[in-house]
Design a protein around this ligand. Structure first.
Ligand code: ADP
Ligand code: GN1
Ligand code: MG
Length: 368
């Protein structure tokens, strides 16, 4: 069945007004299949985001949707209290005709619909340092708004998602099995990973010993998971809530640095273009600490640079693992893309390791 036919089937489960005039693949996410739908009734147009949930990754889509419903309802309340606009400042799920938060098609695939946030853009790379500072305020604020959310009600949508030692174990396993005959190509990268086995435990040990708090975190804070208002240029809405669950604040901080402070793209082949910009890093530190508004502990503040290195190291292992396992997890547009992504992450880790004293000094400067 062609995708358009499948989408028509899904649409029949919803109560949209008017006729479908356009349906096109949308965005640059690595996980879900995203489409923008346009309906027209008379001279009125209304758009929606339709997503097929990646079921090999999110094995319990019902739980993903329950989390998102809970978190967006919570955010809606807080946004209203502040006099904001919850239609634009948080995601809004469109229920199916039967009232469910998703619909299941005849193949057993899960789909969901959100209201399309109009006059807003997602950025794959920052346009300015100010943008990045603003994004830090937004992600810090997101964490603050959820700081009193009842964490025990959240499902763990992906087990051990940011458990770095477990990611290390999975990488070793994939390297040993070498199911696609690719291990020989990544020997240098494997050595790089092995040298950091001890490091991989740093944050999980601090969590296990109760020194770092478990918070409600986003867990996927890359720049293109934030929408900016096209008119004001200011951040509007944190999106991609599939992995909101208990986690470490420093990993949320770090993921934004990993992606947004990179002077090159995540899949840049020319590694000379890849480095961690200290100007962008500083802007993010400032914004994140302000956005969290005093919620971070002394140790969290101290561990911000370690969080940036840790999540980047973790992503290097995840991309490498996927490459070794035949690219079944992340969407790829070209052969070898996951290996290239892994190499950019490794370059970023090396660069941040060298700059660690400076990164620490910068974080120190903004401690409240
Ligand atoms: P993935 O998990 O694959 O990254 P996302 O939920 O991040 O999927 O969505 C992919 C892209 O779709 C986003 O980067 C954004 O450009 C766009 N998008 C998602 N939700 C909305 C929305 N409600 N309104 C407008 N655009 C959206
Ligand atoms: C994926 O869904 P997306 O593209 O925003 C991934 C993140 C990775 C990121 C790397 C559920 O994020 O964990 O850090 O790619 N999401 C999931 O770019 O695995
Ligand atoms: Mg995304």
């Amino acid at each position: 069945m062609e995708i358009e036919e499948r989408i028509r089937e899904v649409i029949s489960h919803y109560r949209f007004s008017g006729g479908l005039t356009e349906c096109r693949p949308y965005g640059s996410g690595h996980i879900n299949g995203t489409y923008r739908l346009t309906f027209r009734e008379g001279d009125r147009e209304k758009r929606y985001i339709l997503q097929i949930i990646n079921r090999s990754i999110f094995t319990k889509p019902e739980e993903v949707m329950e989390n998102i419903e809970g978190v967006t309802a919570w955010l809606r309340k807080k946004i209203l209290e502040k006099g904001g606009d919850p239609e634009r400042e948080t995601l809004n799920i469109v229920p199916a005709g039967d009232g469910a938060l998703f619909c299941v098609d005849s193949r057993g695939e899960y789909w969901r619909v959100y209201h399309f946030i109009e006059h807003a853009v997602c950025l794959d790379q920052v346009r300015s340092t100010e943008d990045f500072y603003q994004s830090a305020l937004a992600f810090g604020n997101f964490q603050r708004l959820l700081s009193d959310y009842p964490a025990h009600t959240l499902h763990e949508t992906i087990r051990n998602f940011h458990n770095t030692p477990e990611r290390y174990r999975q990488f070793q396993e994939a390297f040993r099995r070498d199911a696609f005959g690719r291990a020989a190509q990544v020997e240098e990268e494997a050595r790089f990973v092995e040298e950091r086995e001890g490091f991989s435990h740093t944050l999980m040990d601090l969590l296990d010993s109760g020194k770092l708090p478990l918070r409600v975190t986003h867990n996927d804070t890359k720049l293109n998971n934030l929408m900016f208002d096209s008119a004001t240029g200011k951040p509007l809405c944190v999106i991609d809530l599939d992995t909101v669950m208990p986690g470490l604040s420093v990993m949320d901080f770090g993921d934004s640095i990993r992606y947004g402070a990179n002077t090159g793209a995540e899949d840049e082949r020319d590694l000379s273009r890849v480095s961690c910009s200290m100007e962008l890093y500083e802007a993010y530190v400032k914004g994140f600490i302000e956005g969290c508004a005093g919620a971070l502990t002394e140790l969290e503040l101290e561990m911000l640079p370690v969080g940036a290195i840790m999540i980047t190291f973790e992503n290097a292992m995840r991309f490498l693992t996927d490459y070794l396992e035949g690219d079944h997890y992340y969407k790829i547009e070209w052969e070898g893309q996951n290996l290239v992504r892994a190499r950019t992450q490794i370059k970023m880790v090396r660069d941040m390791e060298e700059k660690l004293p400076l990164m620490k000094a910068i974080a120190e400067k903004y401690r409240n």
